[in-house]
Design a protein around this ligand. Structure first.
Ligand code: SF4
Ligand code: SF4
Length: 658
């Protein structure tokens, strides 16, 4: 009976094998030397412990979760990844059988391997042609195309086609019926129908050798090209540390350090000034970039022609790290990537969420800003808000006693005056809530809602200080920690653990970043509280015949995963419509990352870009859930001469309370 298998090593002479093994060891030498260089670059970084994240490995490497968020990823990278993996495994199995003489590839297992490897091969070819076509004819402007990208695709294409031709020639020589399972090879074997056995065998041997050498070239090329991401991106995803994307903790508690009798200057340095200030895994992180450009494609600064391209921040850091191992020349990283680029960032986090390989561009930007601020090198426009936070405890640089006056005007319970008052929540008024007229309205509306629902709450009056968000995002770590430390002492004094805030920036800072100073707060955005009150029937709202569009604040939706609550509230009131970019993919208003305090002089204004998008849906009302967004979108609407109202959700609810 015909044995269901194939002749392994058929038509290959000892000389061919000898050449194969010699080239294999040469390829391995280049392969390992190449990765040794990568390793050398990572080891410039500081030593740091890191946990292994198997979940990230499973979801993002094996199941390509992030990659599949884009159509191109789904139709090109996923087939390439899986086909490549299957073909590598089947080739390795063949190698094991041939080199170790263990016979296990026969019968049904052989048929299965034949079928699956042909399927993988054909999928690989289709996906490669698709990718090549896109690169050559439909290249998006955020993607750079260099010769290397095309070489890689063509090399893989050549390898796949060679594989099918060799298989087709072998099948044409033996013509076994069961090889129909190798459906592509079987089809190709028909091409050689009129060839003699000698011709087939000659062609097969030539092609086999060429295929073997091309494979060795490919192996040797991996660490020197973008293909290295097969390993670097995988490692980066294995070491991926999941945390809120706007949590920017540092190692040093500066307040404790400066309260010591003596300390060194190095102890109060927090940013990444030089390449060796980065922990090793962050150098691995920049080395893992696949240059896919997804971060660039969503960056509001890049899309409005600012000098910031998050992909370039990553690649400039990586390239400089490689330069550093050659010449050991110290360069300030903030200057390497460009100050204008750094200060253009709104800290919206769109880049971080778009990256399929777990790179945190924002973390680099904040740390480069920190190092520049530590060298007193920052935009002079920040001086006013820094002075304000230092002297008046608010970035508006307005008198600090206004906080007390505003609380008094609203008849709120101020804890300083009622230290024994029993309350469920602290209402965090926030700097905007006191000093910006639009947010004052939001606070008044929220107070009205809370009173209507009999919620027991209190405020801090002038004991409340800026959370320090703008200081932290602009890299002024000492100022941030000073404010945070003082607020934490006040929270502890009044035993506060539940906080309501109208500001997603305060929400993020209080919830995610104050823990570092020894307090774990339960923080609620006002949309969460209002929705809970509606659901519990403690407040009721009128239905109005208006189309309401909701603008997601970056610090609420993307950074902190809150996007359902405001929508549910608005659905109770009007007809909710969505902008093109929404929820986690929302587009920034332009005020985050300290941009609120700086002039936007270059390119199109980000708030105009967003306002145009919102207005294009013809809403009756634009709903907002952030004081900064309120200012920016209101400005956008008035610049567009539109009559569409911009209101915070608290105001919308309060105006429609039954
Ligand atoms: S955080 Fe936002 S503005 Fe900053 S680089 Fe990333 S996408 Fe661009
Ligand atoms: S940083 Fe991430 S998203 Fe940006 S180009 Fe590199 S791999 Fe792509």
């Amino acid at each position: 009976m015909e044995q269901i298998t194939r002749p392994f090593g058929w038509n290959v002479s000892k000389i061919d094998f000898l050449i194969l093994y010699i080239t294999f060891f040469i390829a391995l030498f280049f392969f390992f030397y190449g990765f040794y260089r990568h390793f050398k670059v990572w080891s410039i970084g500081k030593r740091a412990k890191i946990n292994i994240n198997f979940f990230s490995y499973l979801t993002n490497v094996l199941f390509q979760r992030k990659v599949s968020e884009r159509k191109f990823g789904t139709f090109s990278h996923i087939p390439i990844f899986w086909s490549f993996l299957i073909l590598t495994i089947t080739t390795a199995l063949v190698g094991i059988q041939m080199d170790f003489g263990i016979k296990f590839i026969y019968g049904n297992f052989y048929l299965f391997l034949s079928f699956i490897s042909d399927l993988a091969g054909i999928l690989l070819i289709i996906a490669l042609i698709f990718a090549l076509f896109r690169r050559l004819f439909f290249l998006p402007n955020y993607l750079r195309s260099i010769l290397e990208d095309n070489i890689i695709l063509i090399l893989l294409l050549i390898l796949s086609i060679q594989g099918f031709l060799i298989e087709g020639l072998r099948i044409a020589y033996f013509k076994p019926e069961f090889e129909k399972f190798s459906f592509m090879g079987y089809l190709i074997s028909n091409l050689f129908y009129n060839f003699s056995k000698e011709q087939i065998s000659f062609l097969h041997r030539i092609l086999w050798n060429i295929h073997a050498w091309t494979t060795m070239l490919f192996i040797a090329y991996i660490p020197y090209s973008k293909l290295s991401h097969i390993f670097t991106s995988t490692l980066n995803l294995i070491f991926y540390q999941k945390q809120p994307s706007a949590k920017h903790d540092v190692e040093n508690n500066l307040i404790e350090i400066i309260n010591k009798e003596s300390f060194s200057e190095g102890e109060i340095k927090t940013g990444y000034k030089y390449i060796y200030d980065l922990p090793w895994f962050k150098i691995l992180m920049v080395d893992a970039c696949t240059i896919c450009g997804r971060c660039t494609s969503v960056c509001p600064a890049y899309l409005t022609n600012k000098p910031l391209d998050p992909k370039k921040i990553v690649l400039d850091t990586r390239d400089y790290a490689y330069e550093y191992i050659e010449n050991k020349e110290d360069k300030v990283l903030g200057l390497v990537v460009g100050e204008d680029a750094l200060w253009s960032c709104t800290s919206c986090g769109a880049c971080v969420h778009a990256c399929p390989v777990g790179i945190n561009q924002l973390d680099l930007i904040i740390n480069y800003r920190r190092a520049l601020v530590e060298d007193n090198n920052y935009p002079s426009q920040l001086n006013n808000s820094y002075r304000g936070m230092e002297n008046q405890s608010n970035p508006w640089n307005a008198p600090k006693n206004e906080r007390y006056k505003f609380a008094k005007e609203l008849n709120l319970v101020i804890l300083k005056e009622n230290p024994n008052y029993s309350f469920d929540y602290l209402l965090w008024i926030g700097c905007s809530g006191v000093y910006d007229s639009k947010s004052q309205k939001t606070i008044k509306a929220l107070v009205n809602i809370l009173n209507k629902a009999n919620v027991k709450f209190a405020v801090l009056g002038d004991e409340e200080k800026c959370t320090g968000d703008s200081a932290r995002r602009t890299g002024n770590e000492l100022l941030f920690q000073t404010l945070a430390y003082e607020n934490v002492q006040t929270f502890k004094k009044y035993n506060i653990n539940k906080v309501i805030t109208i500001c997603p920036h305060c929400y993020n800072t209080l919830k995610n970043e104050y823990e570092f100073f020894g307090i774990k707060l339960e923080v609620y955005h006002h949309s969460e509280i209002i929705l809970a009150l509606i659901r519990e029937g403690k407040i009721k709202v009128n239905k109005i015949a208006q189309k309401i569009i909701f603008h997601d604040p970056c610090y609420l939706s993307r950074h902190n995963n809150i996007y359902g609550q405001p929508r549910e509230i608005l659905n109770n009131i009007g007809t909710l419509i969505e902008p093109e970019r929404n929820k986690k993919n929302s587009f920034c208003c332009g005020a985050g990352g300290g941009r609120m305090w700086m002039e936007e002089k270059i390119g199109k204004k980000i708030n105009i870009e967003r306002t145009e998008e919102l207005l294009s849906k013809n809403p009756d009302l634009i709903a907002i859930a952030c004081p900064f967004c309120n200012i920016m979108i209101s400005d956008g609407v008035s610049r567009k001469n539109s009559n569409v109202k911009v209101l915070d959700i608290a105001v919308i609810v309060s105006e429609n309370l039954i």
